[in-house]
Design a protein around this ligand. Structure first.
Ligand code: KG4
Ligand code: ZN
Length: 334
């Protein structure tokens, strides 16, 4: 076996992914099969369908990842898998596949928290310096996490209702845009002159928590009022107003958290990290604050198994292994 060669499986939502990563850094393969085309017609992820598609895809994706990596299964030193949080039926498919592989090869199994994966996607392309603060923004999560040393996490704040990506997707849906709506709203926002004015949810003065459901309702109210009056508002102006509100709160809280915790770096992670407005605003603010900003390339922002392998590598190094009775955990704290 080659020490530090980890095969990882990710099936927590609607991407079936298997990756092989060496030493937590060198991506030998990272195969991602997205189900987005299937779920599109329902306007969101349908859990039952997601599980079934994972079952159909997992073996093929596994074989493809091994072939692309050009390694033998007997070279692997561990099998990692997303244990949670996520859709329970979807998680189960990955957990069963990973357990089967680990027990057949007689190598360790490592359960990984999905958010740890998103954060450590950055380790595949950057040199991390502790302590750092990570802003994790995806379809299922909006969290500010302090990481004091490898694998030691502390949640500073999180959303009290919708995740940032979820808010994007809901607003997009109300505007008649296809699922997932985040990228469409982002694009429209970039085309607008001036956005409509929408509220910002700052919450308590010292809070690092977020809330996006009020903003979503405000957009719905604007759309309803306009349609009742028979008026039309340019979708670009709505998208821009919405994006400005989301981005301003995310950026201010992330910068404040990083300063308060003496962070040496600010990390961006999760699918919404692809947002151009968010990236531009963070780059500008971090530049002013002389705070290094790290973000993974787009392919590593959205769900993928390479990020799970990167987070698993830290656990492997420290001997934090899981037993073969590891369970899929739809709700799991970091
Ligand atoms: O990390 P991810 O692939 O899946 C989860 O773990 O949730 O994130 C997907 C989310 C979706 O809500 C999608 O609309 C959003 O990320 N997203 C964006 C952009 N690209 C993807 N949101 C805003 N702007 C974007 N450019
Ligand atoms: Zn994710």
């Amino acid at each position: 076996p080659r020490p530090g060669l980890i095969l990882a499986v990710e099936t927590s939502c609607d991407e079936t992914s298997v990756a092989i990563v060496e030493n937590g850094m060198i991506v030998r393969s990272n195969v991602v099969s997205s189900q987005v085309e299937t779920h599109k017609r329902y306007g969101g992820v349908v859990p039952e369908i997601a599980s079934r598609q994972h079952v159909e895809s997992i073996t093929l994706i596994l074989e493809q990842a091994v072939e692309e990596a050009g390694v033998r299964l007997t070279d692997l030193s561990a099998v990692a898998v997303t244990q949670g949080p996520g859709l329970v039926g979807a998680l189960l498919v990955g957990v069963v596949a990973a357990k089967t592989l680990a027990s057949a090869l007689r190598i360790p199994l490592i359960g990984v928290h999905h958010i740890a994966g998103h954060i450590y996607a950055n380790a595949l392309v950057h040199r991390l310096e502790y302590p750092f603060v990570a802003l994790v923004v995806s379809g299922g999560h909006t969290e500010l996490v302090e990481v004091t040393s490898p694998g030691v996490f502390r949640i500073l704040g999180q959303t009290r209702d919708d995740a940032a990506g979820e808010a994007y997707d809901k607003v997009a849906r109300a505007m008649g845009l296809p699922y997932p709506g985040g990228p469409h709203v982002d694009k429209l926002a970039g085309e607008a002159g001036e956005g409509i004015v929408l509220p910002r949810a700052w919450l308590e003065a010292d809070s690092f928590d977020f809330s996006f459901s009020g903003l979503k309702s405000a957009v719905l109210a604007v759309l309803n009022q306009a349609s009742m009056k028979g008026e039309t508002i340019e979708p670009q102006r709505i998208a821009k107003g919405f994006q400005e509100s989301v981005v301003e709160v995310l950026v201010e809280k992330a910068i404040r958290a990083a300063k308060a915790r003496g962070a040496r770096q600010l990390l961006l992670a999760g699918g919404v990290a692809a947002n151009r407005g968010l990236r531009a605003a963070l780059e500008e603010r971090c530049g002013r604050e002389r705070l290094p900003l790290l973000a993974p390339p787009l392919s590593l922002c959205t769900d993928n198994a390479a990020m799970i392998a990167a987070a698993a590598y830290l656990k492997w190094e420290r001997g934090e292994l899981s037993s073969l009775d590891l369970k899929a955990e739809p709700v799991l704290s970091l």
